[in-house]
Design a protein around this ligand. Structure first.
Ligand code: F6R
Length: 609
């Protein structure tokens, strides 16, 4: 998830673009760059690391103040490691064109091979460099740049928000979007395009929300919006933004955590992009093609990522018939696991890719000769680099310290792995793979439709239970890891003591704690284990324990407070359970006046033991 900005107007353009990049930095910050035209030449300055590194380079560059048209990019690496050669903007071979891009061009390998055969040379690992050369190639035959731009975009499959500059048209920007955000800002004698409104909010509140398939041609004084499919003008309304800057940086949400919870429909949609074949009967995880299907899989992780691993075990064992051990990384690394041998695979799950214990567990596994695999969100992180193979979750930067959308993206990848190995081993029929990929594809819409009502219910229930100082979370089967996650979220955000338990374990001791002041959050989904969970809930009620029950719409389960969510078949129902648990903890912490995005004593990336 990168940030892009383009400016054409009357002000010095590079400082305007740099200020915009600062406000887009939450979208990614492994490298950045700007491009501008001066005396008929394309100037590009790029740097690895945070924006400060780019600022230092620009301070030494010449002619930065005069241009009135420029564009910039802040990168969250997808194709290619964070390195200067992969930083944007990227230029065509003849340096007549320069492009910034947010998104993924799925067929870039194919396009690249074709362009290479026509003599184009590539200096980066990115899909963006392919696209800019494709535009240059079309420029040779099309009547003008607009048509060349459109012809190239029609060939590209995938997601993009792009901004283009040409040495032949100083003061003009071209931009387009498809499944990636791009907003057009209209100032007085100046225009902007950007991935998000905060990038230009100090200059204008007048915006056009571009739609998929829209292209714009922009100069300081003029603009036109066209449809990519037929090049006809598009009528788009201008809207006035009301938010203040602080709110805008969080995309209008009160906290990053809430924003990230609400991003989960997009996270699932992005995670599925390019991962299922056209018929839906097989899952495409090319990163795993060269590795053997593991004889035994050891998952190592910490905290929320460990909960993802526990959840994933249910699917991996059920669908792929792969035996799975799930280990807390800090324990695994110091234990002599007699089960681990060189024919096994060790999967390290880590949002940051930098968690010290998970990294150490991965290294230990590698020393023992096991095949190692990373499941990471941050591209180019230590675990991603050190594992024999890596799968990226592509959830985008997670800014709130408490992990939310990262778990959703890890669950998605684990489900895809289970379907992939199940299909590859022939133990899961293509029809079953198809049925489950269809359910997965439906999740973004189910979630997007359900989240507002779930948020409202979470608010009501958090007020009703705000007096509790202790909580149990109970679940069985695939809901047990979710119960653990619900309890972790509640304790880390609201500082209320909470314990996640396998519902069937309550009567072996913990039920002694139950009294009228000790409520229990029960995950009672409509699946084979429901009667068992209901029995455990009744046992709690018989001890005067209050129960808050999360159940599927239309299922009568009882309990003191019922919270219903849309039905999805188990185990994929977890994709709706997870945000309910997150929203309850979020609302509880906010109501109790806690620092939601930066809870006490915690850090986003735990790089010490
Ligand atoms: C909880 C949370 C932590 C992390 C844990 C592992 O909300 O964020 O429990 O999940 O520190 O971090 P990663 O996934 O970066 O290895």
């Amino acid at each position: 998830m990168c940030g892009i900005i383009g400016y054409a107007g009357h002000r010095p353009a590079v400082p305007v673009v740099m200020e915009g990049l600062r406000r887009l930095e939450y979208r990614g910050y492994d490298s950045s760059g700007v491009a501008w035209l001066r005396q008929g030449e394309m100037h590009v300055v790029r740097a690895v690391g945070k924006l400060g590194a780019l600022e230092e380079r620009l301070a030494r560059a010449e002619g930065v103040v005069t241009p009135v048209c420029a564009m910039g990019h802040t990168r969250w690496a997808t194709h290619g490691a964070p390195a200067e050669r992969n930083a944007h903007p990227h230029c065509s071979n003849d340096r007549s064109l320069s492009l910034v891009h947010n998104g993924i061009i799925e067929n870039y390998q194919e396009l690249k091979a074709d362009l290479a055969a026509r003599g184009h040379v590539f200096h980066s690992d990115t899909d963006t460099e392919v696209l800019v050369n494709l535009i240059a190639e079309h420029r040779k035959t099309e009547s003008d740049l607009l048509h060349a731009f459109a012809a190239a975009l029609r060939q590209a499959r995938g997601a993009y928000a792009v901004c283009l500059m040409s040495v032949d048209e100083p003061g003009v920007l071209y931009a387009a979007r498809m499944s990636a955000p791009l907003i057009f800002g209209l100032g007085t004698g100046e225009h902007f395009v950007a991935s998000d409104i905060p990038a230009f909010l100090p200059y204008t509140r007048q915006v056009v929300f571009l739609e998929d398939g829209d292209m714009v041609r922009v100069s300081a004084k003029e603009y036109s919006i066209l449809r990519l499919e037929d090049m006809q003008p598009a009528q788009r309304g201008v809207e006035t933004i009301q938010w203040d800057m602080q709110a805008a940086q969080k995309g209008g949400y009160r906290h990053f955590m809430l924003k990230e919870i609400f991003e989960q429909p997009r996270v699932v949609a992005d995670g599925l992009s390019g991962r299922v074949d056209a018929q839906g009967g097989s899952v495409l995880l090319h990163e795993l093609d060269a590795l053997p299907v593991p004889r035994r899989l050891h998952i190592v992780a910490c905290g929320t990522s460990w909960h993802s691993g526990l959840w994933g075990r249910h699917l991996l064992e059920h669908w792929a018939r792969v035996p799975v051990q799930v280990e807390i990384a800090s324990e695994f690394r110091y234990r002599e696991s007699l089960l681990l041998d060189k024919d096994d695979m060790v999967l390290a799950i880590s949002q940051s890719g930098e968690t010290a214990d998970t990294l150490a567990a991965l290294r230990m596994a590698r020393e023992k000769g096991a095949t190692t695999l990373g499941l990471c969100n941050v591209v180019g992180s230590s675990i991603a680099r050190e594992a024999a193979a890596v799968l990226y979750t592509q959830a985008g930067p997670e800014i709130s310290v408490a992990s939310t959308k990262a778990m959703c993206s890890q669950m998605l990848m684990l489900a895809l792995m289970a379907l992939y190995w199940g299909g590859r081993q022939g133990v899961l029929p293509a029809e079953e793979v198809r049925r489950n990929t269809e359910i997965l594809k439906g999740i973004p819409d189910v979630l997007a439709g359900a989240l507002p009502a779930m948020h409202a219910r979470a608010r009501e229930l958090s007020r009703a239970y705000a007096g509790a100082r202790n909580f149990f979370y109970l679940g069985r089967g695939h809901c047990h890891p979710l119960a653990l996650e619900g309890a972790l979220k509640l304790k880390e955000l609201s500082y209320i003591h909470a314990e996640g338990y396998a519902a069937g374990e309550m009567k072996h001791g913990p039920i002694a704690l139950i009294d009228p002041s000790f409520p229990t959050f029960v995950l009672a989904l409509n699946d084979a284990l429901l009667p068992k969970v209901v029995s455990n809930m009744v046992e709690v009620q018989a001890r005067q324990g209050k129960t808050l029950v999360l159940a599927h719409e239309g299922t009568a389960v009882g309990g003191d407070d019922l919270w219903t969510i849309p039905f999805l078949p188990s185990p994929l129902a977890g994709f709706v359970v997870l945000p309910a648990l997150q929203l309850f903890s979020y609302e509880m912490a906010d109501y109790l006046g806690k620092d939601v995005d930066q809870p006490r004593n915690l850090a986003k990336s735990v790089t010490v033991e």
